[in-house]
Design a protein around this ligand. Structure first.
Ligand SMILES: O=C(O)C(=O)C[C@]1(C(=O)O)C=C[C@@H](O)C=C1
Length: 396
């Protein structure tokens, strides 16, 4: 018997080659593991997915958290887009419906985000691609992987917040994966303090939320004297408080999350600044063709030789051409984090090596931007364009 599809029918296969045929369901992508032997052109694939509670009668091996299922089968039994491209033997022919339907409004697109239903990232995905099917993923890495393995079409992931600063994990993942930035979306984040019905503010000892959300509400939470507990996402915190019927703990999450998980809102707009904005990146397997018909932004990452004034020289390639920088971030170069010691450093490594992430206001279709990057290439030890995409000029 087919399981009920509640939302995000991402795991909807004709049959999983497990004991029960014709199964379907919905769920969060946990990880995607092509069966080991696929390198030898074995046609068996395996994915790990976690399904929503009401679908847990679907066959497969249950993981210890009681929700993750391992699904295994012949690649021909899985829809094309659930199977990694590298294990496809033949490209799938385009169908005429794909030509006639537009994806410009986001419909037909499946968009991965990190978190569970009600997370700000889900709303950002829906703002970026209205009418899309937003697909929950447990971790940021999983969302990157889901796009790479053709399980979804896009990912929308947070990169920086006006109060909390950069989301370093996603900077690192941008380099580790080969996805392209195809857009940005800014989302006004308005936090609520919520708890189970009947629980009052004075009953609370602790509050659960995403670390960024806790940081964005620092003043309110300190004033209330609440112990902070970090979890994977804000909506996950609300779900946990509701599911365990906690009486001493609240959650910081969105108004939508309170509605979904049936929590009572104790305080609204508790972020330290009313203008609390998170910028999200839209990621895809292919880059978009940059234009000059509207404001564009380009994101790059580069590394430099150590030496006096080298970073100054790198930034000058933009200043010389009147190109405005909107963001600069540095991250340790993980494979080679420390430069070897020299004679004067008493045997201790002396320098850290860094990667510099820069966003600048120009399109890669613009000759001026191409010249700037040509100039930077002359002395950068590494340079990659992460994407050239339209600036989000929408009202928040
Ligand atoms: O936890 C969520 O709801 C998220 O979407 C994640 C996230 C983040 O990673 O910054 C997104 C927006 C807010 O800044 C707080 C949390």
């Amino acid at each position: 018997m087919a399981a009920t599809v509640v939302r995000s029918p991402i795991i909807r296969l004709p049959h999983y080659a497990s004991s029960k045929p014709s199964q379907s369901g919905t769920g969060t992508i946990v990880s995607i593991k092509p069966y080991e032997a696929h390198r030898k052109r074995c046609r068996t694939v395996r994915i790990l997915a976690s399904l929503q509670e009401d679908n847990d009668h679907i066959g497969g091996r249950k993981e210890s958290n009681g929700q993750a299922l391992e699904l295994q089968g012949n690649i021909d039994d899985f829809p094309y887009d659930i199977v990694s491209k590298d294990i496809q033997t033949l490209p799938r022919p385009l169908s005429s419906t794909q030509f006639s339907t537009s994806v410009s409004d986001g419909s037909l697109l499946r968009v991965a985000y990190q978190g569970v239903r009600g997370a700000y990232s889900e709303s950002a995905a829906e703002k970026a691609y209205p009418n899309c099917e937003a697909v929950p993923c447990e971790q940021f890495d999983t969302a990157f992987e889901a796009v790479e393995k053709w399980l979804v079409d896009r990912a929308v992931l947070p990169i920086e917040n006006s109060l909390g600063g950069s989301i370093h994990r996603n900077y690192d993942l941008l380099l580790r994966h080969r996805l392209h930035i195809v857009g940005e979306v800014k989302f006004a984040v308005r936090h609520c303090l919520m708890a189970n019905h009947g629980v009052k503010i004075e009953n609370l000892n602790r509050v659960l939320s995403h670390p960024q959300a806790l940081a964005q509400c620092e003043n309110t939470l300190t004033r209330l004297g609440l112990v902070r507990e970090a979890v994977d996402d804000t909506a996950g915190a609300a779900k946990h408080v509701a599911f365990h019927k906690l009486q001493d703990a609240g959650a910081v999450a969105s108004f939508t999350a309170a509605t979904i998980y049936g929590l009572n809102i104790l305080a609204q707009d508790i972020q330290d600044d009313s203008d609390n904005v998170t910028r999200f990146l839209m990621l895809a397997r292919e880059p978009i063709i940059p234009g000059t018909h509207r404001p564009f932004k380009t994101s790059i990452v580069f590394s430099l030789e150590e030496g006096p004034g080298v970073l100054f020289k790198a930034l000058a390639v933009f200043a010389l051409r009147q190109i405005n920088l909107t963001k600069i971030e540095s991250r340790p170069l993980r494979k080679q984090p420390l430069r070897a010691s020299d004679d004067n450093s008493n045997g201790f490594p002396k320098y850290f090596d860094y990667l510099f992430y820069v966003d600048f206001e120009a399109s890669m279709a613009d000759q001026n931007a191409q010249n700037a990057l040509g100039h930077l290439k002359e002395f950068a030890t590494f340079l990659r364009v992460l994407g050239s995409y339209p600036v989000d000029t929408s009202m928040l």
